[in-house]
Design a protein around this ligand. Structure first.
Ligand SMILES: Cc1cc2nc3c(=O)[nH]c(=O)nc-3n(C[C@H](O)[C@H](O)[C@H](O)COP(=O)(O)OP(=O)(O)OC[C@H]3O[C@@H](n4cnc5c(N)ncnc54)[C@H](O)[C@@H]3O)c2cc1C
Length: 395
């Protein structure tokens, strides 16, 4: 059987970027992905549901500032490097402030960020984005935001990976694999029908990573929300800006939900109540995504289609941007990984030689590409002290 240096589990943004970087570093890499298509609402991964926003301006710590800066520089040259268009652009992001909130107080939460957004009143906000309802906002913060198409960046990474000799196999990984001749360590992964041998395994399975580790008895502090959104096909509506709420509820939700690890081992628990952050993005090809509901259920595969999310999202978006309320579109849902300190888990799983994790990113489109590069350099023998701060052993 062919053996690999690295087996990468998952081919969303994390697996695709990391697979590419490992292949670029000269390794023999096999990427394993359970889903060959994105044809039904239940088969989308988080990358295929994403807005693709790159908040390179939002770093508040030296670590995040450095990674955001590296991410910005990488995105600006990535299409040329991969020889595939990621649709990278820099565009106005409007962070909307609700009518009952004090704009100055909301703005002060942004004062420590690397680039401080500008506070504008509702009239200027509506000049920047004429589809906004002026009565639905008190004001907005404006900042230049990076943006890519999540699908095209992943495609560009995967095509560059294949050109470097990387291989992709569409099978579900059901566990880690050990040879009976050596039970001291894992030597690969198991699928329904086969096993694959590799010196190292890295789990990039997004919101499903925790369950894969748990099956092997490994406690890795990763969690998942179940996100819901609506995608509209290209049509008449044209947005000038990206729109997100200035006060995202998702971050508070994740902090609360990640506080008690043991709850996540209970079957079918609602860990915290659902939230809705009203955001809207349009891609270069005219598609629009808006949402998003985040639910926190211990089983990230719980079906949520019948819970009324579509109606709630349409009402919230309809208040903010009436032109979108009744546009026909497709409801989508996916698990999204997070950690309890908003930093990803990057590196070797403690006490298990050869098993690694690369997941749980809070700001992935900004910091994941440079971290994938650092991971590969580190693996190739250039020790990287920055990665220590993201090690799964930090908890
Ligand atoms: C509505 C929405 C908007 C967002 N907007 C932004 C944004 O603007 N900016 C930003 O930075 N982030 C955003 N995010 C978050 C971002 O999209 C995700 O964090 C990121 O895409 C996660 O990538 P991933 O590769 O880790 O996970 P995923 O994309 O979920 O990929 C994991 C892959 O692993 C595969 N897999 C799982 N288990 C197995 C297994 N056992 N065997 C084989 N394969 C397996 C899955 O099929 C999947 O393809 C948004 C998310 C949502 C839902």
């Amino acid at each position: 059987m062919k053996t690999y240096d690295w087996l990468v589990v998952g081919s969303g943004l994390a697996g695709s970027a990391l697979g590419y970087e490992l292949a670029r570093a000269g390794y023999r890499v096999l990427m394993l992905e359970q889903s060959a298509t994105a044809s039904s609402p239940t088969t989308h991964n988080a990358t295929q549901c994403s807005y693709g926003g790159i908040a390179y301006w939002s770093g508040t710590t030296p670590l995040m500032r450095q990674l955001c800066q590296e991410g910005l520089e990488l995105h600006r040259t990535l299409s040329a490097e991969l020889d595939g268009d990621t649709e990278y652009r820099e565009v106005d992001l409007l962070l909307t402030i609700d009518p009952d909130r004090d704009p100055q107080a909301v703005a002060s939460a942004y004062s420590k960020m690397d680039v401080v957004p500008t506070l504008v009143d509702s009239v200027i906000a509506c000049e920047l984005e004429p589809l906004l309802n002026p009565d639905a906002i008190a004001a907005a913060l404006v900042v230049k935001h990076g943006h890519v198409s999540p699908e095209t960046i992943v495609r560009a990474y995967q095509q560059a990976f294949l050109r470097l000799g990387g291989e992709i196999c569409y099978e579900q990984v059901t566990g880690f694999w050990q040879s009976e001749a050596d039970l001291s360590r894992y030597q690969g992964v198991q699928t329904e029908t086969s096993h694959y041998v590799g010196e190292n395994v890295v789990v990039c399975a997004g919101g499903l990573s925790r369950s894969l580790f748990r099956k092997a008895g490994l406690a890795v502090r990763l969690y998942a929300t179940i996100a819901e959104l609506i995608e509209l096909p290209p049509g008449e509506v044209r947005l000038q800006s990206l729109v997100m709420p200035a006060e995202l509820k998702r971050f508070e939700l994740e902090a609360a939900a990640g506080a008690v690890d043991s709850l996540w081992n209970e079957p079918d628990q609602e860990i915290t109540p659902a939230i809705l952050d009203a955001g809207i993005v349009q891609f270069r090809d005219g598609r629009i995504r808006f949402g998003q509901i985040s639910r926190v259920l211990s089983n990230p595969l719980t079906p949520t289609e019948a819970l009324g999310g579509e109606q709630a999202m349409r009402s919230a978006i309809g208040r903010l941007m009436p032109a979108l309320k009744d546009q026909p579109g497709q409801w989508r849902s996916c698990p999204v990984a997070f950690s309890c300190d908003r930093l990803p888990l990057v590196g070797a799983v403690p006490d298990r030689a050869g098993i690694h994790v690369f997941s749980g990113f809070g700001n992935p489109f900004a910091i994941l590409p440079p971290l994938a590069r650092r991971f590969a350099y580190h693996a190739a023998g250039q020790p990287d002290p920055l990665l220590l701060q993201l090690s799964p052993a930090r908890f």
